[in-house]
Design a protein around this ligand. Sequence first.
Ligand code: CO
Ligand code: CO
Ligand code: CO
Length: 306
Amino acid sequence: MGLDTPDDAGVFRLNSNTALIQTLDFLTPITDDPYEFGQIAAANSLSDVYAMGGKPLTVMNIVCFPSCDLDEDILAQTLKGGQDKINESGAILVGGHSVDDAEFKYGLSVTGIVHPEKVLTNCRAQVGDDIILTKPIGTGIMSTAIKAKLAGKKNIQESVAVMSMLNRSAARVMKDFDVHACTDVTGFGLGGHILEMAKGSLKHVTLYSDKVPLLEDVMMFASMGMVPAGAHKNRAFFKDLIQVEPTMDRALLDLMFDPQTSGGLLISLKKQDAEPCVAQMEKKGINARIIGEVIRDSTKGFLDII
Ligand code: CO
Ligand code: CO
Ligand code: CO
């Protein structure tokens, strides 16, 4: 699997028992705290391996750092945050590369493994599936509110906690169930990624906006217009294959397309498995919810947001 499929990572089959998963991601700082930024960037990079049903083995740092403008300690703290998340994932840091650059960026290239028959793609959702989301959304809108100095300390803490949480335990729980398709929610927003799943699977999917878990106060910030340009771009980009309930709250609709950093897993699985899977996740402290349903076959894929 490579450039021909719009999935989370490349997959290369080594033999009948093992396939290699490869992915690379890096970010510009999204918090003022470099240690937290390191954690978030690492969790975000590792997530694509979990979304493919795999286990990360080795990682490499990628760093662009303005050494004339920023103190070396900022880099050290960032790398420490990343290392702590790498340790938590069980992967091993084996190298990396850094260059001097005008804008600070940090992330990981990640190599993982998966059984070739257990690769999860985003294109095998089945009619009758329920769709689960494993993290609350709104981190893009919250970042905008933080920059505008509108968000409080509690808001910042919750947002950082959500973004730096690994998708590792959610991925572990999902392995016990009959999962048909999986991806993670990042730049396209929840609506964009669920539509990608619908398109890849050629299915008509319904997203229940009132069931989607949200960061606290994020509806209020969205109502105040703290919406990043990416949310509007996402909605415009996908508009031909999306139908929105006309009476839907504008702020809630903006949230459905809010670009996420290190978002949760989006899991399409047999309806009977959905509630037990959510219950298992809740036991592990994961804020998972059933947020959608695969309704019927569709020639291009389609998303209804109600
Ligand atoms: Co992804
Ligand atoms: Co990625
Ligand atoms: Co995938």
